[in-house]
Design a binder for this molecule. Structure first.
Ligand SMILES: *Cc1c(COP(=O)(O)O)cnc(C)c1O
Length: 394
């Protein structure tokens, strides 16, 4: 199909869907089917051999899911996309496909708790080791690369410390060794940051977060080169089987249509809340990519269109003070996950990152006083009023 439009805001609504193939339906139909009928036994044979294009069985391909895969590929400026049952299904598929026993994975200085847990499992079962590094200079990256390093795996901003990784710097060094760079782009979405444009090889998402945006679906997405995605589709997805359900793809396509306008609001609200929290006497430190005075702020300005909707901050006091503060909130919800319409607050040390052993957690900057805030779509003045009254109680 020739593209009659250029921009992101149009692609989130139109990419990958041709209503002429779907009886003129404006809304993308939900293909809630497990299997597809062949005209003849011979056609079945041709479909299985790949000689003839077409649908066979929904673990392999589904028309609703396919629209989402084409759409996310275009949004990330990649060749192909692949959908998974969860963000972790996407993470595990990519990690398993790029590693073999005794390999090494170089990671950013912090990762989503379950990704950390998966790497621990891979070490125990397959002796696949991993290192965590700030990756903040060419020398620092060179120093961490070993002969058996199979990939570099980064989050930026890092969950939950909001530290930034300079993707151009990392890809520059990785290319010298021909090592692929994988980016978990969950916190930024392709609206704010497109790692493939910066030379990275694979992008993945927990689509549960901003891409879905409504707190009603668990899902994962991967985008990369066609040969990598084709291989991933056969091995890690068809044979391991963590596929996305058609209904979840349908919900995500619905959510995705408003991604740019939702993100604009999340970002604007977050800037306002950051300005208020920054100088508050009960706040010991604050981490936000929009902090232009920090070194991370400079990286953000270089590679992100806006600074996102996530803020982390440390409260002055103890773990109990942090929990007391959270309990005093009125409408802000205590919940993990992020990117929803509702403002959500969580305590990483005892929730999302409780699996990380204390020493590693503290090294990553996840203290007992650290609180992670996902700024929602409410009026920012109401969000601030709620935070402020709870801070006064600490
Ligand atoms: C939530 C999250 C994941 C895991 O995604 P699920 O959809 O919960 O499986 C991975 N990476 C990041 C950065 C996340 O926030």
């Amino acid at each position: 199909m020739t593209k009659k439009y250029q921009r992101f805001e149009t692609a989130v609504i139109h990419e990958g869907y041709d209503e002429k193939e779907m009886l003129g339906s404006l809304s993308i139909p939900l293909f809630q089917t497990s299997t597809y009928v062949f005209d003849t036994a011979e056609q079945g044979e041709r479909r299985f051999s790949g000689e003839e294009e077409g649908f066979v069985y929904s673990r392999l391909r589904n028309p609703t899911v396919r629209v989402l895969e084409e759409r996310i590929a275009r949004l990330e400026n990649g060749e192909k996309g692949l959908a998974f049952a969860s963000g972790m299904a996407a993470v595990s598929a990519v990690l398993l496909s790029l590693t073999k026993a005794n390999d090494h994975v170089l990671c950013s200085a912090g990762l989503y708790g379950c990704t950390y847990g998966l790497l621990t499992l891979m070490k125990e079962k397959y002796n696949i080791t991993s290192d965590f590094s700030l990756l903040d200079s060419e020398d620092a990256i060179h120093a961490k690369i070993k002969p058996e390093t199979a990939l570099i795996y980064v989050e930026t901003p890092i969950n939950p410390t909001m530290k930034l990784i300079d993707l151009e710097l990392v890809t520059k060094v990785a290319k010298e060794y021909s090592i692929p760079v994988v980016v978990d782009n969950t916190f930024s979405t392709p609206y704010l940051q497109r790692p493939l444009d910066l030379g990275c090889d694979v992008v993945l998402h927990s689509a549960t977060k901003y891409i879905g945006g409504h707190g009603d679906v668990i899902a994962g997405l991967v985008v990369g080169k066609a040969d990598f995605i084709d291989d991933l589709a056969i091995t890690a997805r068809k044979d391991i089987g963590g596929i996305m359900s058609p209904f979840d793809a349908w919900l995500l396509l619905r959510g995705l249509k408003t991604l740019p306008i939702r993100m604009d609001r999340h970002c604007e609200n977050a800037v306002n809340i950051f300005e208020k929290l920054k100088g508050h006497p009960k706040v010991a430190s604050i981490y936000f990519p929009g902090d232009t005075e920090s070194s991370d702020g400079k990286i953000a300005a270089k590679q992100m269109n806006k600074s996102g909707g996530m803020i982390s901050f440390e409260i002055k006091g103890s773990k109990q003070d942090a929990q007391y503060f959270m309990n005093r909130l009125n409408f802000i919800k205590i919940a993990v996950s992020l990117g929803d319409a509702e403002t959500l607050i969580e305590h990483p040390a005892t929730m999302t990152h409780a699996v990380v052993p204390e020493a590693s957690r503290l090294k990553m900057g996840i203290t007992d006083q650290l609180i992670r805030l996902s700024i929602g779509l409410e009026a920012w003045e109401d969000i601030w009023d709620d935070l402020e009254q709870a801070l006064e109680h600490v």
